[in-house]
Design a binder for this molecule. Sequence first.
Ligand code: PLP
Length: 377
Amino acid sequence: MDRIYLDNAATTRIYDEVASEMFALSKEYYGNPSSSHSEGARAAALLSEARGIVAECLNCEEDEIFFTSGGTESDNWALYALSPAVKSDGKRRIAVSAVEHAAVLRAAEKYYENVDIIKCGSDGRVTVSAAEEAITPDTAAVSVMFANNETGALQPVDGIAGFCREKGIPFHTDAVQAVGRVPVDLQKLKVDMLSASAHKFHGPKGTGFLYVRGGRIAPLMVGGTQQNGKRAGTQDCIAAYGAALALRKSVKELIGTSDRVTVLRELAERGISRIEGAHIVCAGTERLPGILNVCFDGVQGESLAALLDIAGVAASSGPACRGKQSDPSRALTAMGIAPELARGELRISFSGFNTREETEYAVAAIERAVIKTRQIK
Ligand code: PLP
């Protein structure tokens, strides 16, 4: 059997048609979109088409979408723009969930005097009342992710955003794992800012966007006047267009993909839960369709992932961006999982490219790898 890729929370394979289209366009659309000649105008038109597609997919205005280098930049920009470095209302605190990605957590620590943590329950979710508890009169901004990258747990983003709106506190969500995988409608959702990244929905890497309600935001990147003077730097119109095409396809096929992927995740979950000492994380929690997280007693997740790699299965023992792999996952320990058990973490994550045969093979490979890892301990 060919290799089996089950690490779609880390990144996804680009759609063939998106890669081909980008390759073809890159030979023609080489102009700088800010140049006034015809080559520049063509590139600018492609960029504008890309922005239009993204806005249509998410039900927002075109001038509310800013292309960035990906999720990390979008998160950093959002948190910077709401911080005391930019705002002069004297508010110096931010509230973030206990399970945020490092891009939000590190930016919160960098740009705010205090970071208040919104506690999460053993189901991996925060609640609106936990958010209310973490908010103080000095809270400048709140950031809660849409869906967690390790467990897939969906957060009650709209409820917290609604509460923040009532209190007049700007609300940002890191929707990097959610966009293209679950419905996101920015007319209905009460968020002020939302981050997304194209490589999570079968688009190119190094490209994403930040949605800003009303389109007014202080720039993080300064220099030229690109993107309404909000984000300096020559824009990669091919990458933006590739991101837009991938988003359009993902959104169009979302329900079908979600149903198929859920079947695979449930199949894997049933098989894996029969393995001795397996603890399914967030079982029963409202989750993304494609993420399955499990902790095994008496196993190091990284050894397990290494054995699986040899067996032809790409999975991970936590997020790809985690520092020292021997550290237990921050998200899992925040849920009350003991560090020793959290070290036995394995995350498998599916996409529409995966099949039933691959899933069955992977479950059998996981069982063999768990037994072997315990023997060599
Ligand atoms: N936020 C979440 C929830 C993620 O899963 C990731 C990537 O793994 C990021 C942010 C960072 O996105 P990017 O890799 O596009 O910088």
